[in-house]
Design a protein around this ligand. Structure first.
Ligand code: PRP
Length: 173
């Protein structure tokens, strides 16, 4: 496998997250907002997006694992780390790095809905166009991208490349 060029540059990510952060600031002003990032991939988006939200937000983290093969989501998700806090009557915004099949997020959203939050929103840096196997209502999308295998900015290949400041396509040699 090799890295084949930049799909979304560090500058483009920074600019788009600033725009989305400003939108979130307006949309949630006066509300009790809890940002929930889904580890591991979303740690980078969480850190950068949250710095563009000019509100006193709370943050929490979930870690999930798909039971399926490494590069494919099966839709069966195991919670490795749950939220530390209750979310009843609070406004939850799930922060993701990428939505592919949408199955991970669909599971997490349904899991959180049971806990009766005031609202659940979704913000994702990347959305793979047309690949969703379930309808997903996403409020904030950074970039719609083609169905390539992408790495960087939180996204890994065999655990590596999460630290790249940009998003790149990974291809067979
Ligand atoms: C990625 C990403 C999403 C999920 C999206 O996580 O962070 O949670 O895949 O795929 P889906 O829309 O097809 O469900 P991954 O399973 O790679 O775990 P990681 O973030 O720990 O690398």
């Amino acid at each position: 496998m090799r890295i084949n060029g930049t799909l979304v540059s560090a500058e483009e990510i920074e600019q788009r997250l600033a725009e989305i952060g400003a939108e979130i600031t307006e949309d949630y002003r006066g509300k009790d907002l809890l940002l929930v990032a889904v580890l591991k991939g979303a740690f980078m988006v969480m850190a950068d997006l949250s710095r563009h939200i000019a509100l006193p937000v709370d943050m929490d983290f979930m870690a999930v694992s798909s039971y399926g093969a490494a590069t494919q989501t099966s839709g069966v998700v195991r919670i490795l780390k749950d939220l530390d806090q209750e979310i009843a009557d609070r406004h939850v915004l799930i922060v993701e790095d990428i939505i592919d099949s949408g199955l991970t997020l669909d599971y997490i959203r349904r899991n959180l809905e049971v806990r009766k939050p005031a609202s659940i929103g979704i913000a994702t840096l990347l959305l793979k166009t047309g690949l969703q196997r379930v309808p997903i209502d996403v409020q904030y999308v950074g970039f719609e991208i083609p169905p390539d295998f992408v790495i960087g900015y939180g996204l890994d290949w065999e655990g590596k490349y999460r630290n790249l400041p940009y998003v790149a396509v990974m291809e067979e040699e």
